[in-house]
Design a protein around this ligand. Structure first.
Ligand code: ADP
Ligand code: MG
Length: 321
């Protein structure tokens, strides 16, 4: 058990202050600040190249950084700080397993770095295999596994020793939907069992689905952080409404533009698109307006703001192409 210094509770399990990392003259992390609290599934969300892996690798002391400070469990992280490392689980973006070992042997190897007792270790390895659903593949070698199963093995190797703090760098990239769901559910289960998780992804939906708090990264900086609700609450756009197959004249369009909370209304090819400032209750008003004039309409969509909208608002570009 790690003894944490007194202020660690207040500052969180992971504390990063003004972290700067350069590759040559290129600035990959530009004064990054983060604080991850115990019990969170903390999401680092950002487009490819925004510095997520660099940040993770600095936290793990796999990379040297140029400036700033990283404390984990209240201690300065260093490559040989095994006391800290034993309570950490690492699932790297690039799968790192041994080709000449079976699924079981791989997990046993990584678990064995931290757990010396063989009986206890066997229990943990079996549990990890069950956890990622590789029971039928325990004797297989990694190269025989599909991409999704290989990712699951990568995860099992990182979590078998039941770490308190788990780092996962894009664990769902290029996996089939079944493995992806299994992985996401597994992360939430690990969290329920008491692990704090730091999770990176460029998939907005995943981060929205599982993360309790999110830092949005762009060009090596944290541009916003908070819960999903806090982040979407920062921007003007609330509900987005689309009404298809509707015929409007200029007068009615002006009336809709004048409804409360509507700040943008585009009408083209029989499709009306509205952006409203509030997240709820706009649709009723708009439909009422159409009904009054006995205007027919086709399909109707109401969308809540997403983290992509937040990213777009702050950076002017889409999170994804
Ligand atoms: P992400 O994980 O968010 O996709 P990375 O941390 O991998 O981003 O990369 C951040 C930026 O740093 C990218 O522009 C990438 O090209 C650059 N980078 C990453 N690793 C190296 C390296 N070893 N040498 C030079 N540039 C690098
Ligand atoms: Mg990465």
């Amino acid at each position: 058990m790690i003894k944490t210094v007194d202020h660690a509770g207040a500052e969180g399990l992971v504390h990063i202050e003004n972290l700067v990392k350069r590759y040559g003259s290129f600035v990959a992390l530009d004064h990054l600040n983060l604080d991850v609290k115990e019990g969170e599934i903390f999401g680092l969300l950002g487009p490819n190249g925004s510095g997520k892996t660099t940040a993770i690798n600095c936290m793990l002391a796999l990379l040297k950084y140029d400036k700033g400070m990283i404390r984990i469990f209240g201690q300065e992280m260093a490559p040989d700080n095994y006391l800290v490392k034993k309570d950490m689980g690492i699932v790297l973006q690039n799968v790192a397993v041994f080709d000449e070992l079976t699924v079981y042997e791989n997990i046993d190897y990584f678990c064995g770095l931290y757990v010396k007792n063989k009986i206890r270790r066997k229990e943990m390895v079996d549990e990890a295999i069950r956890f990622v659903g590789l029971e039928e593949h325990r004797k297989m070698r990694p190269r025989k596994l599909s991409g999704g199963l290989l990712r699951r093995l990568n995860i099992a190797c990182g979590i078998a020793h039941r770490p308190k703090l788990i780092f996962m760098d894009e664990p769902t990239v290029a996996v089939d939907p079944q493995s992806r769901n299994r992985i996401l559910e597994g992360i939430m289960e690990l969290n329920r069992q008491g692990s704090t998780i730091i999770y990176t992804s460029h998939y907005m939906e995943e981060v929205e689905q599982i993360c309790t708090r999110i830092a949005i990264m762009d060009h090596g900086r944290c541009i916003a952080s908070g819960t999903k609700e806090q982040l979407t609450g920062m921007i003007k756009t609330g509900e987005k409404i689309t009404i298809e197959g509707v015929a409007l004249d200029e007068e009615l369009l002006q009336k809709i533009r004048g409804l409360p909370h509507v700040f943008q209304a585009d009408y083209k090819n029989g499709i009306l698109r509205l952006q409203c400032t509030e997240a709820k209750h706009n649709l009723v008003r708009v439909l009422h307006c159409l009904e009054e004039q006995e205007i027919h309409f086709g399909r109707v969509f109401s969308e809540q703001p997403t983290l992509n909208d937040v990213f777009l608002h702050i950076t002017g570009t889409q999170l994804r192409d």
